[in-house]
Design a protein around this ligand. Sequence first.
Ligand code: FES
Length: 128
Amino acid sequence: PTVEYLNYEVIEDHGWSIDDEDLFEKADRLALSRADYGEFELDADGNGSLLEAAEERGYAWPFACRGGACTNCAVAVVEGEMPSPKSHILPSDLLDRGIRLSCLTAPTTDVKIVYNVKHMPEVSDLLL
Ligand code: FES
């Protein structure tokens, strides 16, 4: 699968919303760094997490526990499928909104994801 990614900080900096329909088109029009916006191919074997795949490609995405307990690695799946295992900290309403923990799982289809969403109020509130 192809992973198209965008840093949540870009959304914040431009006053955009994660729900904007043309979010990735708007990002594509800016001259963003490869760290903030781009895409990469995931291996088809389905092993490993999205976080590990990003790290193997040289990206420094946020994480802490690597075990589903902290939400630092949270991403928002804007398009496509990324299954979620049962044991983790995320409440069901965030799962319904497409929030996933990138240390636990990886996409099974082409996806558009926003990483670094630990700064989204809905996610950061969990840590209070
Ligand atoms: Fe802590 Fe993924 S790194 S939940």
